[in-house]
Design a protein around this ligand. Structure first.
Ligand SMILES: Cc1ncc(COP(=O)(O)O)c(C=O)c1O
Length: 408
């Protein structure tokens, strides 16, 4: 059969790709986007913040003030390390997590995803080991896979990743000649599990990694979105030399601005800045200055506390609906953030259930997205952050219907 022009154009470069491009495939989360954007579908899939909670008037004021006072800078290239004023404002945000940083070690990135890409690029050669939680953030799994790293999921329970299991896994792999380069984890209200690393495990985890020369990559986009009490102090506040800390404005302000940051140990700061400059010359000046202006003119801590109570209401709606419509199901009960990790009734595969769920007009993310090794079939991630609380309940009721149909 004759090939279409589109097929021919794919063929044209198929032998030209770098080997590692084979590891780039559509993530299960991205693949869902077309489906979940249909208005009739309740999406419990993508981890999107509810930006309708933002005060648009304030954003407009920040924009007007930026254009009136600093437009010549905002519309120009900027420093590769990021805007100096924004960096000093970020120190105030990180202080809320107990971190005393310095602007010298802080660099702005295009979202924290970009910071992780730079770190992975700096540290991971092919077949090097990246230790991750079990399950782990889909975006990190994707990056490590693209670097052709070996992704090792380490035992994780309701207190977070186990330091003893990290030690055991690292030692076993090193004994087999592997280079264990880094440990990546989401310390608070993790994506996808909702779990927080307990106070008891924090110092021990640092000790285990430090003594083995393993760089800790602490990703903390959700830490300020707690519902009852603040999580334990950041790993970075306990050890500035072996922890790289990633932060983001995506969940506490807006992901559309694409502004994240990385607080690096002094030893790797220079390389990170060079890598940033090499990749993008400078982070988007306009977006950085919008964030900076917003932080200057608005009570951002008040905005964060509004987000907190909004997401607490939605979490409660999700837990209520699971109890009401799927009473025998097991779920984590996060104390902050966006996610529930749900264990399906035995025999149900989250990926196979999805088409039926979509027919019932609800979407979620199958658990396999959060593993680099095909595990996770019996789990799904439910994200309650974006729909209204009422729709979270409707979505879970529809999920129950889909499970009933699957079992019939
Ligand atoms: C744990 C985690 N890290 C990083 C990111 C990416 O965030 P950003 O928008 O800052 O790139 C996300 C987004 O969902 C996330 O959940």
């Amino acid at each position: 059969m004759a090939q279409s022009r589109l097929e021919q154009s794919f063929d044209l470069f198929k032998d030209a790709y770098a080997k590692r491009a084979e590891n780039l495939s559509v993530s299960e989360v991205r693949a869902l986007f077309a489906t979940v954007s249909r208005p009739e579908v309740v999406s419990l899939a993508g981890g999107m913040p509810d930006v309708s909670a933002l005060d648009n008037e304030l954003i407009r004021k920040a924009f007007d003030s930026l254009m009136a006072n600093r437009s010549q800078f905002a519309l120009q290239y900027g420093p590769g390390q990021g805007d100096a004023k924004l960096r000093s404002q970020i120190l105030e945000i990180m202080a809320l997590e107990g971190i005393e940083g310095s602007v010298d070690n802080l660099m702005i990135t295009t979202g924290s995803q970009h910071a992780l890409e730079l770190i992975a690029d700096l540290f991971l050669d092919r077949a090097d080991v990246a230790l991750v939680e079990s399950p782990s953030y889909v975006g990190a799994v994707g990056i490590f896979r693209h670097k052709e790293a070996q992704i090792e999921h380490v035992y994780t329970d309701s207190d977070g990743i186990s330091p003893d299991a990290v030690a055991e896994t690292a030692d076993r792999l090193v004994a087999h000649g592997k280079k264990v380069k880094l440990l990546y984890l989401v310390t608070n209200f993790a994506n996808p599990s909702g779990v927080t690393l307990s106070e008891d495990r924090r110092d021990r985890l640092i000790e285990v990694c430090k003594s083995r020369g393993i760089l800790i990559v602490e990703d903390n986009p959700y830490g300020l979105l707690y519902f009852d009490e603040a999580p334990p102090k950041a790993l970075r506040s306990r050890d500035a030399d072996s922890v790289v800390y990633l932060g983001s404005f995506s969940k506490i302000l807006s992901p559309g601005l694409r502004v994240g940051y990385v607080l690096a140990p002094p030893a790797i700061r220079e390389k990170l800045i060079l890598a940033n400059e090499s990749a993008i010359l400078s982070p988007a000046t306009f977006a950085q200055m919008m964030v900076s202006e917003y932080l200057s003119i608005c009570d951002w801590q008040q905005q964060i506390s509004e987000y907190r109570s909004l997401y607490r209401t939605k979490r409660d709606a999700a837990i209520w609906a699971l109890g009401e419509y799927l009473p025998s199901i097991e779920t984590t009960k996060p104390r902050g953030g966006f996610f529930l990790w749900v264990s399906l009734p035995s025999g149900i595969d989250g990926k196979k259930l999805l088409p039926i769920a979509v027919e019932e007009l609800v979407a979620y993310t199958p658990g396999t997205a959060f593993y680099g090794d095909g595990r996770g079939k019996e789990f799904i991630r439910i994200c309650y952050s974006h729909p209204t609380a009422e729709n979270v309940k409707v979505g879970i009721q529809r999920l129950a219907k889909a499970i009933e149909r699957f079992q019939a």
